[in-house]
Write a protein that binds this ligand. Sequence first.
Ligand SMILES: Cc1ncc(COP(=O)(O)O)c(C=O)c1O
Length: 379
Amino acid sequence: MPDFDVILDRRGSTKWDKYRDTDVLPMWIADMDFNPPPAVIDQIQSYVSTGMFGYTDRPGELIDVVLSHLEKTYAWQVGVDDLVFIPGVVSGLNVACRGLVAPGESLLTATPIYYPFLDLPKNVDRELIRIPIDMDADYRYPVSALEAAITPESRMLLICNPFNPVGRMLSSAELSDIVSLCLEHDLLICSDEIHCQLIFDDRKHVPVAKVDPRIEDNLVTLIGPGKTYNLAGIGGGVAIIKNPVLREKFNEASDGIMGSINVIAYQSMLAAYRDCEPWRLELIKYLQSNRDYLAERIDRIPGIGMNVVEATYLAWLDVRSLALENPPAFFESAGVGLSDGADFGGPGFVRLNFACPRAILVEACDRIEGAVSAHHNHS
Ligand SMILES: Cc1ncc(COP(=O)(O)O)c(C=O)c1O
């Protein structure tokens, strides 16, 4: 079984290289300071030794593995043709917006949200209506505000569930309200569910597809192994699109722009979904205890609030009451590299990635505590 306490040399990764030759602990971008499951590494190594790097169709076994994973985990029956393999979830998100939303039509999303959602207007030239979540009300989904924001031009709602950066899972009541609203207004949904296997406290993920069978006709679901198995640098994901008209439009929008998924991503996805459940369960235990440790430490630091992290390995820290001029710069100068909440549409917040060996987390908490205490003493 993996020993997640081991501190690995991760220099060479984007996460660590941002702070190369400094004493800043990188706790920003969403990858983990752990090795991927050994079964994935073995699968890649044995594939590499075949030397087959030419054009390659999706392996039949991978299709079976993905379909049975969806069936077993969510009782979700998906057909072979409903799967579109994609190089990454963000590419899938961009293609869905480009292909399924016509010029002049608009997108909707609740904010704060994973920042590539906010880049969509620039990338695909469609308007994005942002509906702010009430950060002082447990980050509940703003269903009424969403309803009020719908116009005749609205075409697609973008959901991130589990919700990066606020670490929540949408409740069944919220999901059912959202889906009813979309059915009523004939809105498509693109649901980014990449964090659906990083869930704590025995909660169960409910894919949007399972909320009401009618929504499947208007739905693109995006999943991938990148977050759970720490494979972001390899890429790979799946768009599940049951409606053949939408699927055709998605494929047309990706033609010539979004390259095909690479052979190593196929192999790593195969091993991840087929062989790594025991590893994933150990990971969840470790992350959950890191989350609990972090919550306890943050609770004792006056001026910082922390969300309840139900899923993802990302804590969303409310530092508004510290009145910092530049929150990420403040924590960086204390030796902790965090993501700026403003990049997600949440100024006054920072996001902390706690997927690291416990010793690093302890050190980061000590540094944060020391810096905040000094700040209080000076102000
Ligand atoms: C919500 C969400 N979607 C997508 C991604 C990235 O997916 P990919 O690397 O497959 O494009 C991330 C990475 O942090 C994420 O948090």
